[in-house]
Structure formats: structure tokens, C-alpha cells
Design a protein. Structure first.
Length: 60
């Protein structure tokens, strides 16, 4: 995968994490939908970190 493609995917992943964090912040702690969003957020953060690592490795 090219550097540009990795950077584009990383950008999208960062935006997804930000979007999920915003949605979670808007929900009350008791909201049942919050659990699913927190699970999605954890997966999105893993993907973001994986892409970040791949991009750093590609730069080296």
C-alpha cells in the first residue's frame, strides 16, 4: 500500500474515532446504545493505531 493510501486510511480512521467519541459524549451513561458505541470505539482505536504503526513503518 502506498504512503498516500495509508495516510488517507489513517485520516478516515481518526475521523471515525472522533465521531464515535462525540456520539458517546452526547449519550447518558445509562443509555444502552452507549455500550455498543464504546465497543465500536475500541475497535476503531485499534484500527487507527494499526494504521499509524503501518504508516510509521513505511516512512522508515
Amino acid at each position: 500500500m502506498t504512503l498516500r493510501a495509508l495516510a488517507a486510511e489513517l485520516y478516515q480512521s481518526i475521523r471515525r474515532v472522533e465521531e464515535l467519541e462525540k456520539k458517546i459524549a452526547e449519550l447518558s451513561p445509562e443509555d444502552p446504545a452507549r455500550i455498543a458505541l464504546e465497543r465500536d470505539l475500541a475497535e476503531a482505536k485499534k484500527e487507527r493505531d494499526r494504521l499509524k504503526g503501518a504508516l510509521e513503518g513505511a516512512k522508515a
